[in-house]
Design a protein around this ligand. Structure first.
Ligand code: 26Q
Length: 756
């Protein structure tokens, strides 16, 4: 194929223009059409067993660059454009980012689709096509505001399939219309699909923020991901969404099974379903229902489903473990109620322990329990997390089914998170060790041969500096703020949650601010960068955003402090911002309260781009620490065993925030929230609420580790000045990041769970 000619054909068809006459937007539309066509034409990978990955979120990010790369035409496209005096990057800027996810779980699903396709495995994603996404974040008066994020344009990656399915809700039927996004595999000529279900008549965008009539289910089914569940209508809408997704998805699976020429009694031989957290768990009773409608007995249907479904757990936070009142299911999908009762009855018959039942005393349906009893695999997402599931959170289940439990440490696609987002580092790696590491990321360890090579170390520092300069330009263009690329970029990017302890990082900023004001100047200027969205109804998370934005405003206007310390909270942090910022990061903040972060995946992305982790022994940080060794990570904090004991009521060891607050070093930092200078900028009510919570409750124990955190971070800042030694740390981190390729993770899922 002559790419230039093909592009010319498309711009003629669409705009009656030659490519040279098109503006960036038109070139984007033409490249989108071209890429979409090439991907769409690819056949599915071979194999008579097929995976369906069910997830409420798919945080795909922009797709043009990634798809050009997978199709093997990225360099060609770049050259064709360059030949016309145009820049592929500028064209790619025009693409809107799909807003179909929220955080780690959604981005993991996207990395997995990329790897499944790259490995030539047959596996599709199943989810919903949210029109206004999660929300777009705006900052007004140092506070987060939410507005709809209408990312879909007339020209998009969505392929109309013409397929529809009828979803039977209590009292009405609703048509689910199927759209597909093609997922081309790198290194092969096949493509999988992401199946996104939608309603036929979606509602327009709400006028007033993200408020809408949550009882208008038919039109708002696919408006937002995680609509506000502060009231019953919102909670019900979530259950409607979940059933809409799984019923349509289950019908699609059975339709494809028939088309492939298999009988319904052969489901488990030809299909694997991965349930990404509990949001798609109703696929279990729904499939059982559909199979019995198609002639299977209850026993047969349960057996097929039990051999088909596998469940991934992403959290041990109690508030995230879904429990729905059976009365909700009665309203939404009454046909599932008898099935769920029957599933619960069988569990009770087999195991007397009431804590493993599906229905509890208040008739709440424990979704995870259903997954564990009626699936064949339960996996955690990092070694520590899986151990905690087995030893404490899900111990009763582990005792029942030890063979079902397994660990699959998360991974990231290095195609997006290194090759595409950091071309200069990629070129340096290629220069050192050749290009094999792409298909065999373990080979990145070859970089260790260069640990004493001054030229490579200097080159590495230069690549980092240039990424920082690039980020500064992009930030200046987008948000008008000019940062200093010579300062240390200290980066914390993740959803806002108390357990992730952005508030502890804010306390460090206060410490540094007070130090500088007192004349203690740090050895190197520091820029503390945050990116985070708070769930709209999560009040404490919003207080923390407010605090960070107030600190940012305070320091921006303080000429004595600003040369040494800056705070920057990015507005509307998303995949695109992550791709810009991660190559530029020096320090990777992974400071969750040990035991609470199941894995983390940003930690892996930052490591692969040469940032040094400053973190607790939580989630995959533990595995990072083992790989890089103590000299190449700044590890600190209370370990997970002790944290678990501190939550325990017995033995009088329970954590009390005030014991840690009333110390010489901590009290002034917390009390700074009520200082005149901060109250002058911020909302006194919000700051006081956060202050009260921190000193009196501090449920996620920020004060427990704050002193050690400050000491270790100060050490990192000091050691940054020894540039050669820092470059060695960077090199070791990059060299050891191959283990975290999602290609490795997917191979393990396939070998141990899917067997495609
Ligand atoms: C729960 C109840 C009701 C409504 C919504 C939810 C809900 C929504 C989203 C619960 C959880 C989520 C998202 C969880 C998530 O993103 N978890 C992250 O998953 C990553 C991939 O495994 C891990 O790396 C992170 O550690 C984990 O926090």
């Amino acid at each position: 194929m002559d790419l230039k000619e093909y592009l010319g054909q498309i711009t003629q068809e669409r705009f009656t223009l030659a490519p040279e006459q098109c503006d960036d937007r038109q070139l984007y539309v033409a490249l989108l059409a071209l890429t979409r066509r090439l991907a769409e034409e690819r056949p599915a990978p071979e194999g008579d067993r097929k995976l369906y990955y069910f997830s409420a979120e798919f945080l795909m990010g922009k797709l043009l660059d990634n798809n050009l790369l997978a199709l093997g035409i990225r360099e060609q496209a770049r050259e064709v454009l360059a030949g016309m005096g145009r820049d592929l990057n500028a064209v790619e800027e025009r693409e809107p980012e799909p807003s179909l996810g929220n955080g780690g779980l959604g981005r993991l699903a996207a990395c997995f689709l990329d790897s499944i396709a790259a490995l030539g495995l047959r596996g599709d994603g199943v989810g919903l096509n949210y029109h206004y996404g999660l929300f777009r974040q705006k900052f007004v008066d140092c506070k987060q505001h939410e507005v709809p994020d209408p990312w879909m344009e007339a020209e998009s990656w969505l392929i109309p399939t013409g397929k529809t399915f009828t979803v039977p809700f209590g009292g009405f039927d609703l048509t689910a219309k199927l759209w597909d996004v093609a997922i081309p595999g790198a290194y092969n000529d096949r493509a999988n699909r992401l199946h996104l279900f939608d309603v036929e008549e979606p509602a327009g965008a709400p006028e007033n923020g993200i408020d809408f009539d949550k009882t208008d289910i038919v039109h708002h089914m696919t408006s937002f991901l995680y609509p506000d569940d502060g009231d019953e209508a919102g909670r019900l809408l979530r259950v409607y969404q979940q059933y809409f997704m799984v019923s349509a998805g289950a019908q699609l699976i059975l339709q494809e099974l028939e088309e492939r020429g298999y009988g319904f009694r052969e489901l488990a031989d030809h299909v694997a379903i991965q349930i990404n957290d509990t949001h798609p768990s109703m696929v279990i009773p729904e499939l059982i229902r559909l199979l019995t409608v198609r002639g299977l007995t209850m026993d047969e249907a349960i057996e097929q489903v039990r051999r088909t479904c596998a469940y991934t757990n992403h959290t041990i936070l109690a508030e995230a473990l879904e429990k729905w009142p059976l009365t909700f299911i009665e309203r939404v999908a009454p046909q599932l109620v008898l099935i769920i009762r029957e599933l619960d009855r069988r569990v009770r018959e087999a195991c007397p322990d009431p804590t493993v039942a599906i229905l509890d005393g208040q008739n709440l349906v424990h979704m995870a329990h259903m997954d564990i009893h009626y699936g064949y695999s339960v996996n955690g997402v990092a070694a520590l997390h899986t151990e905690i599931l087995k030893k404490s959170e899900l111990k009763a289940f582990y005792d029942l089914y030890p063979d079902k439990f397994n660990n699959k440490t998360n991974g990231i696609t290095l195609r997006r998170w290194l090759e595409a987002c950091n071309p200069e580092l990629t070129a340096l790696i290629d220069e050192c060790i050749g290009s094999d590491w792409r298909q065999n990321p373990g080979k990145l360890v070859g970089l260790l041969d260069f640990i004493d090579n001054d030229r490579v170390l200097e080159h590495l520092l230069a690549v980092k500096h240039s990424a920082k300069e690039r980020f500064c330009r992009e930030l200046k263009d987008a948000q008008g703020v000019a940062l200093d690329p010579d300062s240390i970029f200290d980066v914390q990017i993740k959803r806002l949650h108390e357990y992730k302890r952005q508030q502890m990082n804010a306390l460090y900023v206060i410490h540094k601010y007070l130090d500088i004001r007192a004349g203690r100047i740090p050895s190197h200027p520091l820029t503390v960068i945050f990116g985070a969205k708070a769930a709209p109804a999560y009040v404490m998370a919003k207080h923390i955003i407010h605090l960070i934005l107030c600190l940012q405003a305070l320091i921006e206007n303080d000429p004595a402090v600003r040369p040494w310390l800056r705070v920057m909270m990015l507005e509307n942090y998303n995949v695109t911002w992550a791709e810009r910022l991660i190559p530029a990061a020096d320090i990777s903040e992974q400071i969750s309260l040990a035991s609470k972060e199941a894995s983390g995946t940003g930690n892996m992305k930052l490591m692969a781009n040469g940032a040094v982790t400053l973190g607790t022994m939580d989630g995959a940080n533990v595995e990072i620490a083992e790989l890089v060794g103590p000299d190449n990570i700044y590890a600190f904090g209370t370990d997970s065993d002790r944290v678990i004991r501190l939550y325990d009521d017995r033995g009088g060891q329970r954590y009390r925030a005030r014991d840690y607050y009333h110390t010489l070093r901590v009290e002034p930092l917390v009390d700074f929230l009520l200082s005149p200078e901060l109250l002058d900028i911020g909302d006194p009510k919000s700051l006081a609420a956060l202050w009260r919570d921190m000193k009196g409750k501090d449920w996620f124990m920020a004060l427990l580790d704050v002193e050690e955190y400050i000491a270790v971070k100060d050490l990192a800042v000091r050691q940054y000045s020894d540039r050669k030694s820092w470059a060695r740390k960077m090199l070791v981190n990059i060299a050891k990041s191959g283990y975290f390729s999602s290609d490795r993770t997917i191979r393990q899922y396939n070998e141990d769970i899917w067997r495609l």
